[in-house]
Design a protein around this ligand. Structure first.
Ligand code: PEP
Ligand code: MG
Length: 764
């Protein structure tokens, strides 16, 4: 093989070998011959180029058999006769695994399936690569040699590049005849089911729409190379112009200056331009050339150990997509118009971008990556838009307009579902809306247990958008207003006036119900680009929350000033995040006093009462509760963080969080100790972690004596129903006994207990 100097995949720049081969493939595809002759020519030139004794192309038929469509080296009588079932033989294995397979002793391979009609008796070495398109295997490209030899990594890479191109031209209709292209099309549009992670609950059936405009339909190979070269040149000029214009704008909506600077760097990069030109001159259309170089960059940057470089991948991808759109006369910046019922697919998305979409049309979101606590997820939850994360593999499988089902509770995604799946989800949806209607009807009921214990249910919020839920859910107040969201969704630090406006609006919506404002829990992963933070190894345990606030009075004092002004004449409840030591509260109080004096000096009105609370989120604060108690008016357990530090398990890493159940006897005893210490100190205590979303955990928290809760708005209704079905005395007694055991989790025991009490949490 003389492709040893090529670089995988698609070869790197300066890679002559693969470029020459692509050029030859282009000439063959452009030939005015029938599909079979074209395929035969292709196998010949590939075999010659890579010095293989055999080159064969197997294509997938609609019954999933892999049929020998063309060969150089095997007996031609076998063409269209040899068919392998999915997974059969080495070819079937390549298709099934969607991975290349290399062996220097094919007959000895356990999966080897001998086909006498092909005459492959004396072939020792085998290299098979899948023809992948839109996540589907369309066939297999096979290279074989008589002699035993190990194909090298770069040879495999080059074969993959050729296979990718073959798949592309098969899908584009440039390779096969009409009926066969239609069969390929059917394979590409089959129903598919994928599993991601549920980020915001809810079932949605709607149409796929993409955050990024889809790449316009294009040919794979150039009709006329000089026309394509000109198209590329013009596109690049327009791209540079558009990036320069964006940088001139003062108000950079959504995109930060840093990202734009990166765009500029890439847009003017000579190496990038050269690689694009080389690809065009090898016979590819301008669009395919851009996509090819994009894939090559992706491969290289993905391997990089530098996280900064890996993050820039999205920028570079975005730039390549912009270039393609500009080459096709589309403006890259016009906001996307959504169809009536849209499920939006986006690689990444900031909260501000999400807010720009038409709420009436946007029904669901699928992201390549998003955790429950990511900013965009918090906003989606506020907007009640079901969301899935962890689904990067979905992106090349969907097309705009495809029917999609998402289940934000289970993380299931169905693309082009069949009728049975659709019907079952429609039923599920109906059940869900019945439940919602029931919660709405019950919103005026008191949350009192069967034995007459009253439980306060407040809700969590962070945006003005959340506030109407106060009425619709019947929550008795806002127990956690995450003020940092305002800092995170903007492109610059909010001014005192902007902060005050937000807090006033929140108080207006609350209409007399209490609101607890948590001062900005910034730092850790909650940083805005304009904050220019240096990377921390352990951001969750880093310079965040109250630690940062007391170190940066320039950030903290304006917020306190805005809070005091917005609640003047009323009641101000301020809560401090990530308290570790009592002395931090002293420092915060001192700053609050300075701000109170600032108001007094200027004869500005102040709130009637000011209450200060500490979030109990670190074991240090929990253990020293009695020492912190005299310094505050109330406590609120931040269960998300407290559990993370108790179990030493990062809340953003599902691989560890799923190992530790909050229904662990140690953790529950720890909470019980916190409850009794706060009672001894006569300081009221609430709980505002999101774990209540799991009804069994909610029962556990009630069982250890917590009486005030702040929960996500969607949980207010179900939680109230739960409380109304429980007998609290009996529950506490049961937990008192169980906490003496050494169970990792009381989940099963609790399920049994609830069964004995005739309570079905899943039906509530
Ligand atoms: C918590 O940690 O439980 C909490 C409510 O705060 P956040 O989720 O905003 O860190
Ligand atoms: Mg927290």
């Amino acid at each position: 093989m003389n492709i040893e100097k090529t670089r995988p995949p698609y070869g790197g720049h300066g890679d002559r070998g693969i470029t020459v081969l692509l050029k030859k493939m282009h000439d063959v595809v452009a030939d005015d011959v029938n599909a079979q002759e074209r395929l035969d020519h292709l196998t010949t030139i590939i075999a010659n180029h890579v010095v293989a004794d055999v080159c064969s192309i197997y294509l997938r038929r609609s019954d999933d058999r892999l049929e020998l469509f063309a060969t150089t080296g095997l007996k031609t009588e076998a063409v269209h006769i040899t068919r392998l079932t999915w997974g059969e033989g080495l070819v079937g294995l390549v298709a099934d695994n969607q991975q290349p397979l290399v062996t220097d002793n094919a007959p000895a391979h356990p999966a080897f399936s001998y086909r006498p009609e092909t005459g492959e008796d004396l072939l020792q070495s085998f290299l098979g690569v899948p023809l992948l398109h839109s996540g589907q295997v369309l066939g297999v490209l096979v290279l074989q040699n008589h002699k035993a030899r190990q194909y090298k990594e770069d040879e495999v890479g080059a074969a993959q590049a050729v296979a990718t191109l073959l798949a592309e031209i098969a899908a584009s209709g440039e390779l096969l005849d009409r009926a066969e292209t239609q069969e390929v099309d059917e394979v590409l549009h089959r129903p598919e089911s994928l599993k991601g992670s549920g980020v915001v609950p809810g079932i949605v059936i709607a149409q796929a729409a993409t955050h990024e405009a889809p790449i316009p339909k294009h040919r794979v190979f150039a009709g006329d190379v000089s026309v394509e070269a000109k198209k590329l040149e013009t596109g690049l000029e327009l791209l540079r112009e558009s990036v320069d214009n964006m940088l001139l704008k003062k108000d950079l909506k959504g995109v930060s200056r840093e990202v734009l600077e990166t765009y500029r760097l890439f847009a003017y990069d000579r190496g990038w331009k050269e690689r694009l030109r080389t690809a065009v001159f090898s016979g590819l259309s301008a669009e395919t050339a851009v996509l090819r170089v994009k894939a090559e960059n992706r491969e290289r940057m993905n391997k990089s150990a530098d996280p900064y470089l890996r993050e820039r991948l999205y920028d570079l991808d975005d730039l390549a997509n912009r270039l393609i759109r500009l080459m096709n006369g589309e403006s890259p910046d016009t906001p996307r118009a959504l169809p009536e019922n849209a499920i939006l697919f986006a690689e990444t998305m900031g909260p501000a971008e999400l807010l720009e979409y038409d709420r009436e049309k946007l029904k669901g979101v699928v992201l390549a990556d998003a955790s429950q606590t990511s900013h965009v997820a918090i906003v989606a939850r506020a907007m009640e838009i079901p969301m899935l994360g962890g689904l990067s593999q979905a992106f090349d499988r969907i097309e705009e307009g495809d029917t999609i089902i998402i289940d934000g509770t289970t993380g299931d995604l169905h693309i082009r579902p069949n009728q049975d799946v659709l019907t079952s989800y429609k039923n599920k949806q109906e059940l869900q809306s019945e439940k919602q209607a029931r919660y709405a009807k019950e919103r005026h009921l008191a949350s009192v247990s069967l034995d007459g214990r009253e439980i306060d249910i407040l809700m969590n919020a962070g945006l003005v958008l959340d506030m109407p839920h106060l009425v619709s859910t019947g929550a008795v107040g806002v127990g956690l207003f995450r003020t940092e969201l305002q800092f995170l969704i903007g492109s610059q630090l909010p001014s005192v006036e902007q902060q005050e406006t937000l807090y006033r609006e929140v108080m207006d919506y609350a209409n007399g119900k209490p609101v607890i404002f948590r001062t900005a829990d910034l730092g850790g992963d909650k940083t805005a680009e304009y904050m220019h933070r240096s990377q921390e190894v352990n951001p969750a345990m880093g310079w965040r929350g109250l630690r940062m606030a007391v170190d940066r009075p320039g950030l903290f004092r304006p917020q306190l000033r805005a809070l005091l002004s917005a609640t003047a004449g009323g009641y101000l409840n301020v809560m401090l995040p990530m308290v570790t030591l009592g002395s931090e509260i002293d420092e915060a109080r001192h700053m609050l006093d300075l701000e109170i004096n600032w108001h007094k000096k200027r004869n500005k009105p102040l709130p009637k009462t000011i209450k200060i609370g500490a979030m109990i989120e670190t074991p240090a604060a929990a253990w020293a509760l009695e020492h912190i108690a005299p310094k505050v008016d109330f406590f609120s357990v931040g269960g998300n963080d407290l559990a993370q530090f108790y179990f030493a398990a990062d809340r953003e890493t599902p691989a560890v969080t799923r190992r530790f159940d909050p229904l662990n006897t140690g953790f529950l005893s720890f909470l019980k100790r916190i409850v009794s210490k706060s009672e001894e100190a006569k300081v009221p205590l609430g709980y505002c972690g999101e774990q209540v979303s799991d009804p069994l955990v909610a029962v556990g928290l009630l069982g250890v004596g917590i009486k005030h809760f702040s929960v996500p708005a969607t949980m207010v209704g179900p939680f109230r129903r739960l409380v109304r079905h429980l007998h609290m005395d009996r529950l506490e007694e049961w937990f008192d006994d169980q906490l003496l055991s050494s169970r990792d989790s009381l989940r099963i025991d609790l399920q049994n207990y609830l069964k004995s009490e005739d309570i079905k949490v899943e039906d509530l």
